[in-house]
Design a protein around this ligand. Structure first.
Ligand code: ADP
Ligand code: MG
Length: 897
């Protein structure tokens, strides 16, 4: 089998579509070569080798060695240098990882491989540049020592061991800190010696001399890093299966560190933070690529290249155009300039914020680069909520004191207590605090802290620093490189212009402007919310608002699956409608019982020990419910409302503390002993599987009667006042047809009464929730009575998995870690288990009632993956909370395209 794919001199074995086999980096290096861009020659070892490696006790297929030799031979031919040449200019290579999707910072790259005590001399002689040759060698020993030989920070050490050696040496030789690029050839030579000694001391091994041994070691390290902790954490967060594996790219080196006419940089073809159509990036003169992202020297904006290297800059602008035209998307590129000549080292679709994604897509449709369908696909549904996130209140911002500015790396507004360390940030966030993670710069070790934080603030680093990269991807608010802030990790204090902030103090950051404020600043709704919900004219004129509205129109054009909302009040209903919901998929009537002193009547009803007393208490609740339903029908403007009858176990409504029980007994004049006894009686070992759902109505039909009366009287009133009311009465927790029959009989009986009393014609439906496996399995029988089904996937997940949502916290983490379940099944539908039950139910139900209306309510209705699944199995609608409606609409449209 072919394990090695080469590229170079305009030709490539692979191409851009082969990301599974070649990884993202390798596939695009081949593609760039094919379209004539200047890419140094190289080859990719495929992801299949990674799979083989882990399946065969970390060994390689026997054909690999010969194929790699051919790969190196091809590079030697194209570049005109020999690998390991100790006489002429030696071929040096970069060994680069490359998974299917880029995994920023997770994998390790080794540059300048092929150098040893002999080849460093031949490089020096061939170039006449001793500083350069030894700089390369020093970098190589350092990276190889770290990544391959594992010379890394030990417990209790503050600094990377190699960095410590450098710092030490600088003090010794110069008495102060100097930048690395000022180190002379002699200095570098000395450092190489000390590095090798360090390697010997820490590992007991001699640094490998033979370039081929170096190459094998490096490739092994890349494959090995697929299973390092950070890579695993990252994969878990983004649901990347570990079977994918990584490829390894071996590529001829080009050098940005030969002097002032060389350099390295990274750039986006457009601004990935706000979406502006401007070339966006940064570079460093006389540097190798790692320097740009490492944050040691602060890079220059890429526009300044024009002044220092005009020819290379013009070339780069040409490449920018070619790339966008070819890939039809915004690209994130890495490049190196060697003696004025530009080389492209990487391109990929740029990670972007939700705001940038929206603008990219809208602009590219206008530019006729993409069509509207592609534009819909280009907006990640799970990021859309970012656009609805609050911004700082403009009036408050005027009053606030800006203490520092940095780069606007992740738009949005965040306020929180500052923490200087990821673990403490996580701890505080777990306690429910809003947290800002404040670091000099971040590294992959900070990932957990970044996930937990509202926002990230760094003192060092540019727009391509780790913090900026991760923030953009996770949609976190981020300001980076706020250089005025001094951070003292030991004392846990940040100082800005004489003012200090201790851990736990509040700071606020505006990631759209790059500003840092002292204290906590109130936030205001985003333009989209303001335009949609508050009808604010100024907000409606903004480009962001218009682009959003355009996107939603496209979604409408594409969609089959309708989106409804879960709402219990007229306000929520109106909001959801403004977001484009087409009705209510779930009204939880019990929420209405907690308002004001309704709860007292509810408790009276529960305490009653005979039907008459119960009915008396229910009669007090009736007018409240009727009024609520009327409000909802009015807000719905003719859209349907699925209303679920009382579902939770009764004891949830009772007072639980001694004090509350005393209070309550006084209020209604019942002895406290009786209250306590009833609370005790209603206690259940497993309330989730207890006396709840339609079981309540079966035992106490008077509860059902009251609720139905309230719903239908409200509908009658609405009809009389000229609104259309379309109640869909939903019976929860049905597992037996007869349970449903009994309740439905009550509905029809009361409906007949009301139609006669009020002389109106009501239009209503009766259906059920499918939320226990028995209900799903007997769907054909249940559908004889039910006019619609709504899958209650929260309970259906609990009952199918036999896993209580509230108790699963203690083990779900371990389950996801060991990939037993790839995702939290309460957040995203377990498609092969719960999903299969849904499919069975649908199939059976349609046999009895071909036109049965099918929907889903529950948290899953707002999860993009689950929405796509619902589309696939042919539901008519999903229902989710009002703020998730846009997300669901986008996901539904994407599923349909
Ligand atoms: P990552 O996936 O972390 O970005 P890369 O493999 O892209 O890792 O390598 C990191 C940096 O190393 C690149 O941005 C580039 O500047 C430098 N680099 C990689 N390959 C080469 C090469 N062939 N010549 C010179 N520099 C290189
Ligand atoms: Mg890269």
């Amino acid at each position: 089998p072919k394990y090695v794919y080469t590229w170079g001199a305009g030709k490539a074995d692979g191409n851009g579509t082969m990301k599974e086999l070649l990884g993202g980096k390798g596939a695009n290096l081949a593609e760039m070569t094919r379209i004539g861009l200047p890419v140094p020659a190289g080859f990719t070892i495929t992801t299949e080798v990674c799979t083989y490696y882990y399946a065969n006790k970390r060994s390689y297929p026997k054909e690999l060695e010969a194929q790699m030799q051919a790969g190196i031979a091809n590079m030697e031919k194209v570049m005109g240098h020999k690998f390991g040449d100790a006489k002429g200019f030696p071929l040096l290579v970069a060994v680069r990882s490359g998974a299917r999707d880029s995994m920023p910072g997770m994998m390790d790259t080794i540059l300048n491989l092929g150098l040893n005590d002999d080849t460093v001399r031949s490089l020096e002689n061939a170039t006449g540049n001793a500083r350069f040759a030894w700089d390369c060698y020093r970098r190589f020993v350092q990276m190889y020592g770290d990544v391959v030989l594992g010379v890394q920070k030990r417990e209790g050490e503050d600094h990377e061991p190699f960095e410590s050696v450098i710092e030490h040496y600088k003090q010794e030789a110069y008495g102060r800190d100097i930048v690395d690029s000022d180190l002379t050839a002699k200095d570098q030579q000395e450092l190489v010696k000390r590095f090798k000694a360090l390697v010997k001391e820490r590992t007991g091994k001699v640094f490998p001399h033979d370039p081929w041994a170096q190459l094998r070691g490096a490739a092994g390290a890349v494959f090995g890093s697929w299973m390092n902790d950070r890579a695993i954490v990252y994969r878990r967060k983004y649901n990347i299966p570990s079977e994918w594996g990584t490829a390894v790219n071996v590529q001829a080196m080009v050098f940005g560190n030969t002097g002032e006419s060389s350099g390295s940089g990274v750039a986006f073809t457009r601004n990935p933070a706000n979406g502006e159509n401007e070339f966006y990036g940064e570079f460093l003169v006389n540097a190798q690529g790692e320097d740009v992202v490492a944050g040691v020297r602060t890079p220059e904006p890429v526009s300044k290249l024009k002044a220092v290297m005009p020819k290379a800059y013009a070339e780069l602008l040409k490449v920018r155009k070619i790339l966008e035209k070819h890939f039809k998307d915004v690209q994130d590129v890495e490049f190196t300039i060697q003696e004025g000549t530009l080389y492209m080292l990487q391109t990929r679709n740029g990670k972007r914020t939700a705001a940038a994604a929206l603008k990219f897509a809208a602009d590219m449709v206008k530019e006729r680069l993409i069509d509207w369908k592609t534009a819909v696909q280009r907006n990640p549904a799970d990021q859309l909520e970012q656009l609805l996130a609050p911004i700082f209140d403009l009036a408050e911002i005027k009053k606030a004191k800006a203490i520092a500015t940095g780069l606007p790396a992740g738009p949005g507004a965040a306020s929180g207590k500052i923490y200087f360390n990821a673990d403490r940030a996580v701890e505080a966030a777990e306690k429910g605090e809003k947290v800002l993670l404040v670091r000099i710069e971040t590294s992959p070790e900070d990932l957990r802290g970044m996930i937990a934080a509202e926002g990230i603030l760094t003192a060092r680093g540019g727009v391509s620093s780790h913090a900026a990269l991760v923030a953009r991807q996770m949609g976190k608010v981020c300001v980076c490189g706020a250089a005025d802030i001094q951070i003292d990790y030991e004392r846990r204090i940040a100082t800005v212009k004489g003012q200090s902030f201790a851990e736990g103090d509040f700071l606020s950051i505006d990631g759209t402007a790059g500003t840092v404020y002292a204290g906590q600043i109130p936030t205001a709704p985003s333009e989209i919310i303001d335009g949609l919900l508050n009808n604010n004219k100024a907000a409606q004129k903004t480009e962001k608002f218009k682009n959003y509205v355009q996107l939603m129109e496209w979604c409408k054009k594409a969609t089959k699956l309708k989106v409804r909302t879960n709402a219990d009040t007229p306000e929520q209903t109106a909001q959801a409608l403004a977001f484009g919901a087409e009705g209510i998929g779930l009204t939880r009537t019990e929420h209405m019982f907690f308002e004001g002193d309704r709860i007292d009547a509810m408790r009276e009803m529960i305490l009653a020990d005979n039907r008459a007393a119960r009915e008396a208490a229910l009669a007090k609740l009736l007018p409240y419910q009727r009024k609520d339903f009327f409000g909802i029908f009015k807000a719905l403007k003719g859209f349907p409302a699925t209303i679920r009858l009382l579902d939770p176990p009764l004891h949830e409504f009772l007072p639980h503390s001694k004090e509350q029980q005393l209070d309550f007994s006084k209020k209604i004049g019942v002895p406290v002993e009786k209250v306590m006894a009833r609370v005790h009686e209603l206690h259940e070992f497993n309330p989730m599987l207890g006396f709840r759902g339609c079981r309540l109505g079966v035992k106490y039909p008077e509860i059902t009667r009251m609720q139905i009366r309230a719903i239908l009287e409200a509908a009658a009133e609405a009809t009389q006042k000229g609104f259309k009311a379309k109640p869909e009465i939903m019976i929860p927790l049905v597992g037996f047809k007869k349970e449903l029959d009994q309740q439905v009989a009550l509905v029809h009986e009361i409906a007949a009464d009301i139609q006669k009393e009020k002389k109106v014609k009501l239009s209503y439906q009766v259906g059920t929730m499918i939320e226990v496996p028995r209900g799903a399995l007997t769907a054909d029988e249940i559908a004889e009575t039910a006019e619609f089904f709504s899958f209650g996937t929260n309970d259906l997940t609990q009952t199918t998995l036999g896993m209580s949502r509230d108790d699963s916290g203690s083990f779900l983490g371990a389950y996801q870690e060991s990939e037993i379940m790839p995702k939290n099944p309460f957040a995203s539908i377990d498609q092969s288990g719960v999903g299969q039950l849904m499919e069975i139910a649908i199939e059976k139900a349609r046999r009895t009632r071909p036109d049965i209306k099918l929907g889903i309510c529950g948290e899953h209705g707002g999860d993009p993956e689950s929405v796509k699944f619902c589309h696939k199995i042919g539901l008519a609608y999903v229902s989710c909370s009002p703020y998730r409606v846009p997300v669901a609409r986008l996901a539904a449209a994407q599923a349909a395209l």
